[in-house]
Design a protein around this ligand. Structure first.
Ligand code: SF4
Length: 754
């Protein structure tokens, strides 16, 4: 046990709020206190962060491996027996069916070190191409659209501190008041400074209530909405022709696509009146700087990549990308959603955001790993496709940091696929709804018990520090991979490539990422501790020469846009940290790269340095309402629960605030159904039926119902959702599917499933 205050970060969402932890006298619990030196949250925490220590000492915490007995029950076992069973289960499948019959499924909450090691473990130890992670469900459409437009994807290409100083923010399908409450102050300060906030959401959320203008389009129509806005921008002569000419490509085709989307046509598709479209254009175009930020709303669609691309088009047409206080960004969701997708647990990627299909990237990473590049498998299936193949092409699965029985679309089918596996091993801290189906469950350490790095939504790499000693009986995920590599290596001593010390793993990650788009090679644990985080890319070879890096992500200028407050941002490296790298005259210390808070200010990371417009057109959701299923279901989160609820549903205070699922519906819909507040209603889609109490409110469109997705059992929202995939990002359409509502017999108790 340690007896000092440990500055660290919250285990939950992508804001990665700073907090201080002090061990309690019992040595197992920790107390949370404000950490005001971390600039992102300046001490503020939401209820999830404040209560996060409860999971450390929860009575349902796993402290012994569990193995499936002959009688079918999960029973305690030694680590030796459990690890031997996992090695035997995965090894037997590999021997009988080939390496690709073994799957690996990771999570967006894993630290960079774990995500890196898991990708390496899959490809080097198991030799399988079948690895992906639940971050695919979180932001992959924004990643695909950002990569397509800018040549590089980083959630926000600027620090959050830029938001209050821009002129207008359009927040599309994002509800930070519930998903990351401490971030709301950036939008409050924006309005206090005279800027305006526009929120696009089918529901009048707590965030929408604070907006200057709230648009409530039908779910799945925000692509058309963005096209209608671009149409008006062109028609009103508000494009920035010089910027388009000098810094972009593909405008003519995109312009033509937008001009086919007349405002009145867009009003019919979206339900947003033309005067509101005109007002958005005025508010967005009049200030000298503006931003568009997206989240899961536009991204979790079967056309999510195109939808995000359409919103990026607005920024490009008006010269609002790659300029001070302007740009497009994605508010990433999961704690390490950003870093988790950069270091190799994604089906098509190698560390450093390298492509698995790139021979140069394969050679570089293979050299770091000490293997033949030809031995590295190619890209595998995306997350839902991998889960859908369980029990058929994929016979055994190693799952780490994920609970797909609750969080995957078409969850009943996914659960059935998981049950059909020959062998399932799960690493987790509690017996989640997925872990309970496993043949072996390995109890692992969690955030305050281990050290590791995460990368927040700004691209700021952070150090989470160990604050307390883990309980007897648990091991870290890194130790699990080390032990399994020893058992599955066939005498090749593969465990040497899987250190259990996170800093040692990070040192290797630095080398593997060097020269890649997400270059971490100039970042060290020491720097992270001293500087409160470092923004990638941060190469090891010191600051670039004047004029940019070649890819140009760190330099500012290029465009002469006189945004409010822009002058103080002429140093793109200025953001948040302590400035420990600066010499007395303010220049970066020789030979040390300061990191890159702001991207694209001289040029974009495409080959020609130009941003690419996306010539997209409206198309309908994969499943339109019809006579049988006349209503649209959209899903999302509530403030007191997090993702599949595996952790937060173990916290009494959070359960008291959000005890169970509900169906939010408009009074007109409730009246037609005969539903009363708090009484159970059934929601039925082509994939199944869920039952939850009605929550009747005028804050939602009459043609739409909303369910949060944190719960299992009868109220599981993902029983209903549609796994229709975006063709580029392979992201499922969580945000819109056709359902019907059915009355449930009176007096029946409403489900709640903490
Ligand atoms: Fe901050 Fe997110 Fe943790 Fe809440 S859950 S304290 S917003 S990091």
């Amino acid at each position: 046990m340690r007896d000092t205050v440990t500055p660290t970060h919250c285990p939950y969402c992508a804001l990665q709020c700073g907090m201080n932890l002090t061990p309690a006298p019992d040595g197992r619990a920790v107390e949370v206190s404000e950490r005001v030196d971390f600039p992102v949250n300046r001490g503020a925490l939401c209820g999830k962060g404040r209560t996060a220590p409860a999971v450390l000492s929860s009575s349902v915490r796993l402290t012994s491996p569990l193995v499936r007995s002959e009688g079918g029950a999960l029973v305690p076992a030694s680590w030796e027996e459990a690890l031997a069973r996992v090695a035997e289960g995965l090894g037997r499948t590999r021997a009988e069916y080939g390496a690709d019959a073994v799957g690996v499924f990771g999570g967006g909450g894993l630290t960079n070190e774990k995500a890196y090691s898991l990708g390496k473990f899959a490809r080097v130890v198991l030799g399988t191409s079948q690895i992906d992670y639940n971050g695919r469900f979180c932001m992959s459409s924004a990643a695909a659209a950002g990569g397509r437009a800018f040549g590089l994807d980083r959630g926000l290409p600027f620090p959050l501190e830029d938001i209050p100083r821009t002129g207008c923010v359009i927040l599309v399908g994002s509800n930070p008041a519930e998903t990351m409450p401490p971030s709301l102050r950036y939008f409050t300060e924006l309005r206090e400074n005279g800027g305006t906030l526009i929120v696009v959401d089918p529901r009048r959320t707590k965030t929408a209530e604070q907006a200057d203008l709230h648009l409530a389009p039908r779910p799945g129509t925000d692509l058309a909405l963005a096209l209608g806005l671009l149409h008006l921008i062109v028609a009103e002569g508000r494009t920035d022709e010089a910027y388009i000419r000098e810094r972009t490509s593909g405008w003519e085709e995109t312009r033509a696509a937008a001009m086919a989307h007349w405002p009145e046509y867009v009003e019919r598709i979206t339900g947003v009146p033309v005067p509101e479209l005109r007002e958005v254009v005025r508010m967005f175009c009049e200030p000298e700087a503006a931003m568009v930020l997206t989240a899961r709303g536009p991204e979790q669609q079967s056309k999510g990549t195109d939808t995000v691309g359409a919103w990026i088009n607005l920024c490009l047409a008006t010269g609002r990308a790659g300029r001070p206080l302007s740009g497009y960004g994605c508010l990433t969701g999961q704690g390490n959603g950003q870093g988790g997708r950069e270091h190799g647990q994604k089906a098509d990627q190698l560390p450093g955001y390298r492509k698995l299909t790139d021979p140069v990237a394969r050679a570089h990473v293979a050299e770091v790993w000490g293997v033949d590049p030809d031995s590295l498998p190619g890209p595998g299936r995306s997350a839902y496709e991998l889960l859908d193949a369980l029990g058929t092409d994929i016979r055994s699965l190693l799952l780490m940091g994920s609970n797909p029985v609750v969080s995957a679309p078409r969850a009943a089918h996914v659960e059935e696929r998981i049950r059909s596996l020959d062998f399932l091993a799960v690493c987790d801290v509690v017996l989640s709804e997925t872990a309970v189906l496993a043949d072996v469950v390995l109890p692992v350490t969690q955030w305050a018990e281990e050290t590791g790095t995460t990368t927040n939504l700004e691209g700021r790499v952070l150090l989470r520090r160990r604050a307390i000693t883990p309980p007897e009986g648990v091991r870290s995920d890194l130790e699990v991979m080390h032990e399994l590599a020893a058992r599955l290596g066939g005498g090749r001593n593969l465990e040497k490539g899987f250190p259990t010390d996170p800093e040692e793993v990070f040192e290797e990650l630095r080398r593997a990422s060097a020269g890649g788009p997400a270059d971490y090679s100039g970042i060290t644990y020491r720097r992270l501790a001293e500087e409160n985080g470092v923004f990638w890319p941060c190469p090891a070879d010191g600051p670039p020469a004047a004029g940019g890096t070649g890819t140009g992500p760190r330099s500012v200028g290029g465009g002469g846009h006189a945004a409010r407050g822009a002058a103080e941002l002429d140093d793109p490296t200025r953001a948040g940290g302590t400035g420990r790298l600066d010499t007395a005259d303010g220049a970066p210390a020789p030979g040390v790269h300061p990191g890159t808070p702001r991207l694209f200010h001289d040029r974009f990371a495409t080959e020609d340095g130009r941003a690419r417009f996306a010539p997209v057109s409206h198309r309908a959701v994969a499943e339109e309402p019809d006579d049988e299923y006349p209503v649209l279901l959209t899903t999302g989160r509530v403030v007191a629960q997090y993702q599949s609820g595996a952790q937060t549903r173990r916290v009494d205070e959070l359960n008291a605030a959000a005890p169970g699922p509900f169906v939010e519906l408009h009074p007109r819909l409730a009246e037609r159904l005969g539903a009363a507040e708090g009484e159970p209603v059934a929601v039925v889609s082509r994939r199944g039926r869920a039952v939850a109490p009605a929550r009747i409110t005028t804050a939602i469109r009459p043609d739409t119902v909303f369910m949060p997705f944190h719960w299992a059992g009868e109220g599981r929202a993902n029983t209903l959702t549609n796994p229709a995939l975006d063709p580029v990002s392979r992201m499922p359409e969580f945000k819109a599917c056709a359902v019907r509502l059915e009355a449930v017999e009176a007096g029946r108790p409403a489900p709640s499933s903490p």
